[in-house]
Design a protein around this ligand. Sequence first.
Ligand code: ATP
Length: 276
Amino acid sequence: MALLSKNKRPDIITENGIEYTSKVMLDLQDLKKVYPTPKGDYVVLEHLNLQIMKEEFVTIIGHSGCGKTTMLSMIAGLNPISDGRISVLSNPIKGPGPDRGVIFQSPSLMPWLTTLENVMLGVRQVFPQAKKKQREDICKYYLSKVGLEGSFYKKASELSQGMQQRVGIARAFAIKPKVLLLDEPFGMLDSLTRGELQDVLIEIWNKEKITAVMITHDVDEAIFLADRVVMMTSGPRAKIGDILDIEFKRPRSRKAIIEHNDYYKYRKHLIDFLEH
Ligand SMILES: Nc1ncnc2c1ncn2[C@@H]1O[C@H](COP(=O)(O)OP(=O)(O)OP(=O)(O)O)[C@@H](O)[C@H]1O
């Protein structure tokens, strides 16, 4: 049991029906999303409530099409909310902002720009007052952290898929977000690269003390990375079905976790949820 640790739980004080806690980073309240379709309105999400704590790493799993990307893109401010509210540190979001960084499955880099220039694009917008050298230093720091110290001046079109996703990770961290939103970031990578990038992600997340919300279809990845795994019910009208606390201590070793009895309990819990 040495691998297990109690996760810090929120202190929720209820005042006049309002839940308040200083530890909440992201608050999704009675969220609803409706897509108009030729056959009428399609209610993807309804009565979805979720609180994510500061510095927490949450993974989201659920059946294909249940609305995971819809939820994440609403948190990112890229997809309008039909009803309910999303707040970051108690401030309702009004659109995209530098407080939320996003990493997609495919990083969509500008192929004609270098690695460094691709990361600079966001940094220039977020830190317009900084000197060019300061901005470059931030970009180079994060590119080095993801293992691209030798590739600052390579064109994005010359990079492998794994290297491009490394740039995607550096680009998201370089704008110093409070919340990092990841939509199946390693879905297109081979298992070796995937494992390497999971380690890179956890190392920077831990150092920067930010909050991470990541969609994945991989149950093992969900357990390895998360403090909590959030399970979404199948749509339509999807909401949070269950939440599993992952109490393995950090830093985590893949080998030690796989050998731990609780790993199989966690795994069974998630697979049972997905199969029913
Ligand atoms: N712009 C849109 N207009 C109409 N329907 C949409 C739109 N975007 C998504 N949908 C529908 O909403 C549902 C949820 O889609 P979403 O991409 O959020 O699911 P998901 O859980 O992320 O799926 P996957 O795991 O396959 O990526 C799906 O039925 C999808 O077809």
